[in-house]
Design a protein around this ligand. Sequence first.
Ligand SMILES: C[S@@+](CC[C@H](N)C(=O)[O-])C[C@H]1O[C@@H](n2cnc3c(N)ncnc32)[C@H](O)[C@@H]1O
Length: 179
Amino acid sequence: MITIEVNPEISRTTSRRLAHLINIEFVIGNSAEVLPTIAKRLAGATVFWLDGHYCGPGTGADIDECPIVAEVEALKSCVNPIILIDDARCFLGPPPPPHKSEHWIGIDDLFNLLWKNFPNHVTTILDDVVVCVPKMLKPVLDEDWHSNFAERYPFSSTQSGVFPRLTNFARRVLARLGN
Ligand SMILES: C[S@@+](CC[C@H](N)C(=O)[O-])C[C@H]1O[C@@H](n2cnc3c(N)ncnc32)[C@H](O)[C@@H]1O
């Protein structure tokens, strides 16, 4: 396992905490810069957990809150990468302050980026994670989707307060359109 962290202090503290695990390599750096080199030296199926973004003081905001574009581009050199992007909600709309929303891309751009670079993958969102896996793994995705559907979506839209929110949204859309 290789883990990348831009804040040296966080990396050192974590590596001390996990010193009993012998198979982790701790890399200090900006993932946008170090991931391309790391990705090129990997062979075989590799899981990428992409969760390297700003999450509070001292966690990389001054560079770029969300280096996802460079990270995804870096994985082009891998054979059949399994790509998991955490915090999908942050791409569904501009993340609220203290985030700098201009540092983030939207979910449509993220999906386009994944489709362009991995045309033989399937892409969806499971819980709060964007999942992009080789097509051969689609049966695993589908099985997870079927087994967990009721747990993920226990309420109908009328029970869960979704309908009033949607009605409100539709009213604001119509108002903006001048109706
Ligand atoms: C959301 S946290 C991830 C926490 C970790 N995955 C966990 O579950 O405990 C994001 C981490 O990514 C780091 N980070 C932010 N931007 C980064 C970048 N460009 N390159 C590498 N690490 C970055 C932050 O310093 C922070 O520690």
